[in-house]
Design a protein around this ligand. Sequence first.
Ligand code: G6P
Length: 375
Amino acid sequence: EQINKGKYEHYMQKEIHEQPESLTTTMRGRLIHGGSSKAKTVLLGGLKDHLKTIRRSRRMVFIGCGTSYNAALAARPILEELSGIPVTLEIASDLLDRQGPIYREDTVAFVSQSGETADTLNALNYALENGALCVGITNTVGSAIARKTHCGVHINAGSEIGVASTKAYTSQIVAMTMLALAIGSDSISSEARRESIVDGLVDLPSKVREVLKLDNEMKDLAKLLIAEQSLLVFGRGYNYATALEGALKVKEVALMHSEGILAGEMKHGPLALVDENLPIFVIATHDSCFSKQQSVIQQLHARKGRLIVMCSKEDAASMMNVGKYVRVIKVPHVEDCLQPVINIVPLQLLAYHLTVLRGHNVDQPRNLAKSVTTE
Ligand code: G6P
């Protein structure tokens, strides 16, 4: 496996740009579509003997830290929809701090790029002691989490060297979406929905290639934002995770304060921060939350917010009628549950360019480690 930087200056840059390929490897051999086979479905070899048990579990708990937690948050809506099982999320350290209840009837999934994060590993030991079925979702074959879990899915994104996770995030979302498809594959009522998600997965690498063309636009935006103290990122629904993950990228590599905000909570505090100075990035791509997000934009406008809006290409014209923006970022529209894979890419590019322009270390941000192996 090639782990040099090739034509890129930094590993993070390389890893952002290789997402069409890493996503392809995540899905390789796992999607059944087209050809003579009638059903469009997924095949996850590491789980096939456990799917019945998973379907019978009383809830699913997804546990991770940092970006891996955000990936689980992005996949939760589709996991809930296709499984019909309640899905809860836990930050590993918080579950351990609370010694929160884990039951024998639970399926607990451990999401970790490295498979070695201490808190996630400790949470795994805790869930094993409590008798839950433990599923690993890792990028590292032979890692502690991959070895200790009962079954799992390797995300096969290839080595990730940059401390800030990029390609692992999008592959984790795709792996968990395939997990949702596998769990739901016995339901006739969701068949059409599952088939359109499989079609969406097949097209996803080319859509990511398309969104990567925003590189220069995001560099220009980074030039505008270079001296800012803070950036808010608003999202909701499928893209609440995009807001958290986008803000995390800006914070961890560009060393700029950034906060991901659930747009539905805007009136419960964040609105007090809005003025003519603070830049606000609003994710408003086309899904069932779109009209609510348009109303959020109107309210931010009314308070003179400096808005950067990310929307679906098809909505760009109507977006311009609402008001003036610092920038409108137009992204390709994909199946709602896959949109977070597209939407994070411009934010990864923005964080990357901000970091370079601000003169910080891209691949090894101050004080941070790729794998946190102590509590
Ligand atoms: C560190 C890394 C992050 C990563 C997190 C969880 O904080 O800098 O990029 O998301 O650990 O790591 P894991 O390997 O468990 O996904």
